[in-house]
Design a protein around this ligand. Structure first.
Ligand SMILES: [Zn+2]
Length: 306
């Protein structure tokens, strides 16, 4: 399996347009020790020809242009992007679907609840259904394995299992609609197996870590894991008000490090990093602590084979 990290920041990217936190200010002043980042986007392939997107970020157009493997190869209209797998209905995870509306056949794998939110409640997503077999939606259920397929139904060699991680739907989903949805289909993490049995975990929003999940993570070769916030009160300290990291569905990194210290097998990489997170600053003690604990901090453009 080939893995490309096209974007590694949380919603809003880094720097964020309306943010003047210490990190964002330093980037604009040219004094920041570290990289800017677009919003989290990962692409994977088994055969190097058909690529699958994990989520569809609002930065997808520039991310595709920055990645030659995702450029058209033959004919006037073509794309190596065969499908998309959705982990939730958050705007920074699904808005990129609207950037893929140019009549290109695609398979969209999603839970039935996420599909209903997008297709039944948000008419803009009808732009993906203007011709027959444009976007072909396939429901998956948490806990059951499914094959990543293109629009024609051809299997890619990649198998995916979704883990239910949160029962929290985005704030834009109306409360009467939320009562009709399956709570366990709100927010997923993925464990993806290749044809050669290498295994990738993609978990950009993890509100809690139980023993079952930790055991599963230890069967993986690479973890792409929730690095949104360093501390639970990070946003409150920056903004003066707001929600804690845990209330927003993210375990802070300073709590993850001891909880996952015993993982031996996987290469451990944080992604989905909020612009306020002090570990983005490579001159910070938090950066040194993360690196010293054996974790890496994803940057846009990283790629590897497993
Ligand atoms: Zn900021």
């Amino acid at each position: 399996m080939e893995v490309k990290i096209l974007g590694s920041a949380a919603g809003g990217a880094f720097p964020q347009w309306n943010c003047a936190c210490t990190n964002c200010r330093a980037v604009r002043a040219g004094t920041f020790h570290g990289k800017t980042r677009t919003q989290t986007q990962v692409a994977i392939t088994q055969d190097g020809r058909s690529w699958f997107l994990l989520g569809a970020s609002p930065d997808l157009r520039t991310q595709i242009e920055a990645t030659p493997e995702l450029h058209p190869r033959e004919g006037v209209r073509q794309s190596p992007i065969a499908g998309v797998v959705l982990a939730n209905a958050d705007l920074d995870h699904v808005l990129g679907l609207l950037l893929l509306r140019e009549l290109q056949p695609l398979r969209v794998h999603a839970t039935a609840s996420v599909r209903r939110i997008l297709r039944e409640d948000n008419s803009m997503f009808g732009m993906l259904q203007r011709i027959p077999n444009q976007a072909v939606w396939t429901d998956f259920e948490p806990g059951t394995e499914f094959h990543l397929c293109n629009a024609q139904g051809e299997e890619s060699g990649l198998r995916c299992q979704a883990w239910s991680l949160s029962t929290h739907y985005p704030a834009y989903v109306a409360s009467d609609r939320q009562s009709q949805l399956v709570s366990g289909e709100a927010s997923l993490g993925f464990i993806i197996d290749s044809a050669s049995r290498s295994r990738l975990a993609y978990m950009p929003a993890v509100p809690q870590l139980d023993d079952t999940l930790v055991q599963q993570l230890n069967t993986c070769d690479v973890l792409l894991f929730d690095g949104t916030f360093w501390s639970d009160d990070e946003l409150i300290r920056v903004q003066g008000s707001g929600q804690t990291a845990l209330q927003m569905g993210h375990i802070p990194v300073e709590s993850i490090l001891p909880k996952l210290a015993a993982l031996r097998r996987p290469r451990k990489i944080f992604l989905h990093i909020n612009n306020t997170n002090p570990m983005l600053d490579e001159a910070s003690p938090q950066y040194r602590q993360v690196r010293g604990a054996g974790w890496e901090i994803a940057e846009d453009g990283w790629q590897f084979k497993i």
